[in-house]
Design a binder for this molecule. Structure first.
Ligand code: CA
Length: 682
């Protein structure tokens, strides 16, 4: 808020009195805490040992042991939408993030552009005297603005972060990332042969940013948004980290669920009578079709472990070991951040929040993939080919993702996974510690909360009033409420009464301990939302959504479904979009410059984004279903890295991978006209 000049202005400066106040930057209150958000990606509710899971994260445990962890904290079921909630305190549809930015559809609920009236935490804190830094995954910028000719209004530096080092899209190769530093792309400082991994690089930069300012202003607090690629696909981790988990998943994913649930009960993470739901709770391609006979989504089911061949079990186990190594390695990097804060005496007065943005991912399908770009190019994975790559999994030659069975196991005790509004998609880890401000140490909290609650919580803890205007924009109301009351009060009732969910055709509503949820498959193209089956669960006692009470309590179900429509309307959630992936990808969207006949490339310029579909956003949309590609070549290399695959898609080659040599991944970056290998549904 601008201050009025209170000095005196005369003709001669000697007769005038200055007043610096209107011109000085804001200063945070003395002793104001710093804030660190650690936002993990696609880490399911039960992946970490602190939530009963199989993967030890001793450094995140340092946060757990110094604070509280929530067992009924929720997110949207997807990346960009949750990230918008974490930074704005508003629901995803009000943030125009009904889905990921790549799936923007040109409606107020899904433009991929967060409205300025929904100010972001870094914008608020930056204006109040905090330094603001971000490293890692952004995913809050529309496709058409992710290039060097575009406005930077929706880049991290355009939305309040003073410094940024990371990637703009949904995912990136952890060995050869597509890095942006503030406002332009840069190359990684090292190669994998020289010991490079993205999570380490991001952590180096986070420490550098903090130290750069602490040298000059040791008392100035900061907000760090630390968002590693871990553990979104591609699952890439140093070999020694993967090998630490060798043999740890040999029991298979169904047995892992049982072991995890037993630990969760012992730890008080879930009620002691919680039961595991069946595998494939909403159907399989064999057992269910849509209202007009449409197929069930081909990849959204899990194969029973005992139906797998020994070779398949061996391959699938290694895929889980790679994921565990990826998370364990990220945890070690988080440890470096904590070490620094402790060694410099800052930890006591730093609020550290660790969350995941959604449940574990089912995008690997029932068989997983050694190179998920194959799936995106319509090429099925081949078991023998994949087995031959077993020792390479997680390394620079793969772009891998585990099968759905592990997603289910890492979401224990819940149903389904990322994209779905069952708790498997939306119930996530949330750990908050602030040694100076929270007395509780290592305690569990059961109050029901959501990603939209974090911004009000942080502002409450910092004593910062939400601004009425920000950058000239009158600010809208928060959907979230502060969780601070629960820090030291395990028995107070939830401050939340209602939370609505909507993602890719899957819908749910929680209200005072009860939840209604549809069985509508996401990305199914089924439509006909009025015909959806709604199930009813008493989640206060039935966290795993095991006992459907729809028949016993039809009035309560009707009330909740009506409430869903009311909340969806109030949150601008319509239209609903459950279209298939291809149709979503091929939706006409704004383009920076119209298609033309001649493209001129100069040597030495920055990398150029993927070529675009030659349909303008305002023009007709001819046969989206039959159109096959934005590029003349879609066939990806079956065994090479995504970098090479990306190159394949954007050159005029039609088949085969001519860049596929052992050393080509790095060199192809300069010859490839693309830096990006984004996927559709991440
Ligand atoms: Ca995610």
């Amino acid at each position: 808020m601008a201050e009025t000049f209170k000095g005196k202005i005369d003709v001669d400066i000697r007769d005038s009195v200055p007043d610096w106040l209107p011109f000085e930057p804001a200063k945070a209150p003395e002793g104001a805490p710093s804030v660190v958000y650690v936002v993990l990606d696609d880490v399911g509710f039960s992946a970490m040992a602190s939530y009963g899971g199989p993967i030890e994260t001793p450094n995140i445990d340092r946060v757990v042991n110094a604070g509280v962890r929530y067992t009924q904290w929720h997110t949207t079921a997807l990346c960009s939408p949750t990230r918008s909630c974490l930074l704005t305190g508003r629901n995803h549809t009000r943030n125009s993030m009904a889905c990921i930015t790549e799936a923007a559809s040109g409606f107020p609920n899904a433009s991929g552009v967060i409205p300025p009236e929904n100010g972001q935490l870094q914008e608020i804190l930056g204006a109040r005297g905090w330094n603001t830094y971000m490293v890692g995954k952004w995913h809050l910028c529309p496709d058409a603005e992710m290039n060097l000719a575009s406005t930077r209004r929706n880049w991290p530096t355009g939305r309040g972060f003073e410094r940024f080092y990371g990637f703009l899209g949904a995912e990136t190769n952890q060995w050869y990332p597509e890095l942006v530093y503030d406002s332009h792309p840069v190359d990684p400082p090292r190669t994998p042969d020289e010991g490079y991994h993205l999570t380490e690089d991001l952590t180096d930069k986070a420490l550098e940013f903090i130290k750069d300012a602490k040298v000059l202003a040791p008392d100035k607090p900061f907000f760090l948004y630390y968002a590693p690629g871990a553990c979104h696909a591609p699952h890439h981790a140093p070999r020694e980290w993967i090998d630490r988990f060798k043999g740890r998943f040999d029991m298979g994913y169904e047995a892992l669920r049982e072991q995890t649930l037993a630990r969760q009960k012992e730890m008080g993470i879930v009620p002691s009578d919680t039961e595991l739901p069946p595998v494939n709770p909403i159907g399989t391609p064999e057992a269910r079709t849509g209202p007009n006979g449409e197929p069930f989504p081909a990849l959204d089911y899990a194969r029973p472990w005992d139906s797998l061949s020994a070779d398949e079990q061996r391959l699938f186990c290694r895929m889980a070991e790679v994921y565990a190594g990826f998370l364990g390695h990220a945890d070690a990097q988080i440890g470096r951040l904590l070490d620094y804060l402790e060694e410099t005496g800052q930890r006591e007065n730093t609020i550290v929040v660790v969350v995941s943005d959604n449940g574990a991912s089912g995008e690997g399908g029932p068989n997983g993939s050694v190179n998920e770009n194959k799936m995106f190019n319509g090429m099925p994975d081949d078991l023998q080919e994949n087995l031959a790559m077993l020792d390479e999994l997680g390394g620079p030659k793969t772009y891998n993702h585990y099968p759905t069975g592990w997603a289910m196991a890492f979401n224990t005790p819940f149903k389904m996974w990322k994209r779905y509004e069952f708790n498997g998609g939306t119930s996530d880890a949330c750990i908050i510690s602030w040694p100076k401000g929270i007395e509780a140490k290592g305690e569990v909290r059961e109050q029901y909360h959501h990603a939209v609650d974090l911004v009000p919580t942080i502002l409450d803890a910092l004593g910062v009033e939400p601004p009425e205007t920000l950058g000239g924009h009158v600010q809208s109301r928060f959907d979230g409420v502060s969780m601070r009351y629960s820090f030291d009060n395990p028995s107070l009732p939830s401050a939340r009464a209602t939370q609505f969910f909507s993602m890719l055709g899957s819908r749910g509503i929680w209200h005072r301990g009860w939840k209604a949820v549809t069985t509508h498959p996401t990305i199914s193209g089924w439509g006909q939302f009025g015909q959806d089956t709604w199930e009813l669960y008493h989640t206060d006692v039935d966290r795993s959504e095991r006992h459907d009470l729809a028949e016993q309590e039809p009035d309560r179900l009707r009330e909740l479904v009506n409430l869903w429509y009311a909340e969806a309307g109030a949150n601008g959630a319509f239209p609903l979009d459950d279209r298939g992936a291809l149709e979503i990808i091929l939706t006409p969207r704004p383009v920076l410059s119209p298609p033309r006949d001649r493209y001129v490339y100069y040597p030495g310029v920055a990398d150029v984004p993927e070529c675009r579909r030659s349909t303008s956003a305002t023009g007709p949309m001819p046969s989206a279903r039959s159109s096959t590609s934005t590029c003349p070549a879609r066939t990806a290399c079956s065994s090479h890295t995504a970098r090479a695959s990306a190159a394949m898609r954007c050159t005029s080659r039609t088949t085969g991978c001519t860049t596929c040599t052992a050393s080509s991944a790095a060199s192809s970056r300069r010859s490839c006209p693309t830096r990006r290998s984004r996927r559709a549904m991440t």
